[in-house]
Design a protein around this ligand. Structure first.
Ligand SMILES: Cc1cc2nc3c(=O)[nH]c(=O)nc-3n(C[C@H](O)[C@H](O)[C@H](O)COP(=O)(O)OP(=O)(O)OC[C@H]3O[C@@H](n4cnc5c(N)ncnc54)[C@H](O)[C@@H]3O)c2cc1C
Length: 454
């Protein structure tokens, strides 16, 4: 146990702050205070939508009971930090007397981008990021018939799904030509677009919000698009993205850009001050690596790493291969490594799509070396550990193909679709057919025992 006399204060009880407090407690008996404005205890943000849809209650998305924090001697403060006096190592809170710290961790997460649309205070206009947004949306969408969602990203489609679950008609304004085309190759974007439309969601492409028009009670009545179309609606969901929640630090001496600048140890420009999760921005990311990692699982990984440093063993953050997952209505999406939305001639991909169902697989590789660069999966889930293994071991497409059988969770998949994917592969790489077909399945099982037993 290290640092018994130190008081470590963490601002933000999201996945980053809560994971840090728990992991630090495992390694140190220092004093820990976790402060958060949004909720008294940690809850799962990605699960908020299920509370709205009635699949879960709020208490189901709170992973730790109140007694847990007490048992761990983690002091919880439900309050807002209004200002930080870094020279005095002191936090000014909205409701309580100031709190002093020896080390400070900023895990303040993200806030809604596009808040200018909320400034007019029109009823029925909101984003969906916080617990308070959930409560507001529950109130504002009662008895309504038509909603407009502005933005074609992951939160936009979540809001659309939530509203459709209450049978509310939804029109989405999407800047791209296809849904999420700025992130996905044409075929995946097309598949998802059609799937969304089949769920009764209208999408207006290459469209943006120009104006929100309210009635005399300041309730939203209709919107106007940049192309001049008017859409009557009683609710407008602003889903134009999120940004690091760092505005309250803008006038301080802490170095900021879009987020709080950190090195690979999550150290900020000030000694004894760290930042993790959505609010942290790496000051020197390697080429192709995002400076901001605004994902649930990266927030957890940041926290797990920083816990070591705070407990006395300075540890560098080592990113594994990139991974993300999301859901487009009922289509699960997984991506490993990097599949760009468009690519130059030096790259190619093996793409298979089910003829009638929303399922697709893309293996993206470098032509010259056949080195696997990325995988996109729609409606099919692969084993996370095996995919990570392919990327950390620098597999080529030709090494991956014989192991695909081991990647799928769903035995139905390889009975039905694997031959199609393989025949596509053999048509593009006839010289690989004999070798792949001769690949010894039992040897593979033996070699990747962990993939079959876990
Ligand atoms: C609707 C939605 C769905 C999502 N779904 C997914 C998903 O499926 N998969 C995925 O990987 N990611 C998803 N994300 C993103 C993911 O939730 C975030 O990356 C993650 O929650 C960030 O965690 P964090 O701990 O950094 O910050 P947050 O979870 O944002 O927590 C930060 C906390 O700090 C508090 N705080 C901020 N400033 C102060 C202050 N001055 N004083 C006191 N408290 C303060 C905030 O109130 C907040 O509670 C989703 C996000 C949203 C909004």
């Amino acid at each position: 146990m290290f640092l018994p006399d130190q008081h470590i204060v963490i601002i933000g009880n999201g996945i980053a702050g809560a994971t840090l407090a728990i992991n630090l407690r495992k390694q140190s008996n220092c004093s820990i205070t976790l402060i958060s404005a949004e909720s008294a205890t940690h809850f799962s943000r990605p699960a908020l939508m299920y509370v709205y849809m009635g699949h879960m209650r709020y208490q189901d998305i709170v992973p730790y009971a109140d007694w847990f924090w007490q048992a761990q001697s983690i002091n919880l403060l439900h309050d807002k930090v209004e200002q930080i006096d870094f020279s005095k190592k002191q936090l000014v809170l909205q409701q309580r007397t100031p709190v002093r710290y020896d080390k400070l961790v900023l895990a303040t997460g993200s806030g809604l981008a596009g808040t200018h649309w909320l400034k007019a205070n029109i009823k029925g206009v909101q984003g969906f990021v916080t617990l308070q947004d959930l409560e507001l949306m529950q109130q504002q969408t009662q008895h309504i018939k038509h909603a407009v969602i502005v933005g074609g990203g992951l939160i936009g489609i979540e809001m659309a799904e939530m509203l459709r679950s209450k049978k509310i008609a939804v029109t989405m304004l999407v800047r791209d030509r296809l849904f999420w085309r700025s992130n996905l190759p044409e075929q995946e974007a097309d598949l998802i677009t059609r799937h969304i439309q089949e769920h009764g969601i209208e999408i207006r492409f290459e469209e943006e919000l120009a104006e929100i028009i309210a009635d005399k009670n300041r309730q939203v009545q209709r919107i106007k698009t940049v192309a001049g179309q008017e859409i009557p609606c009683e609710f407008v969901g602003i889903a134009t993205g999120v940004k690091p929640a760092v505005d309250f630090l803008r006038s301080s001496e802490l170095e900021l850009d879009r987020g709080i600048l950190v090195n690979d140890y999550f150290e900020t420009s000030l000694p004894g001050v760290y930042a993790i999760g959505d609010c942290a921005q790496f000051s020197n990311p390697k080429p192709g690596i995002p400076a901001l990692e605004q994902l649930w699982y990266t927030g957890r990984a940041h926290a797990e790493t920083l816990a070591f440093t705070l407990a006395g063993t300075r540890k560098k953050y080592e990113r594994g291969p990139w991974f993300n997952s999301a859901k487009f209505l009922d289509i699960e999406y997984q991506t490993y490594g990097f599949v760009p939305n468009n690519w130059p001639d030096a790259y190619d991909s093996l793409y298979w799509q089910h003829p009638t169902q929303p399922k697709a697989i893309r293996l993206f590789y470098e032509k010259e070396t056949a080195l696997l660069k990325g995988i996109n999966l729609l409606g099919i889930r692969y084993r996370h550990d095996l995919c990570q293994h392919w990327f950390t071991q620098n597999y080529t497409l030709h090494q991956v193909m014989p192991e695909l059988k081991a990647a799928n969770f769903d035995p139905e998949f390889f009975k039905k679709y694997e031959p199609e994917l393989l025949s596509l592969y053999f048509s593009q790489f006839p010289d690989q057919k004999e070798k792949t077909e001769k690949y010894n399945w039992w040897q593979l099982r033996k070699r990747l025992k962990w993939a079959f037993t876990t």
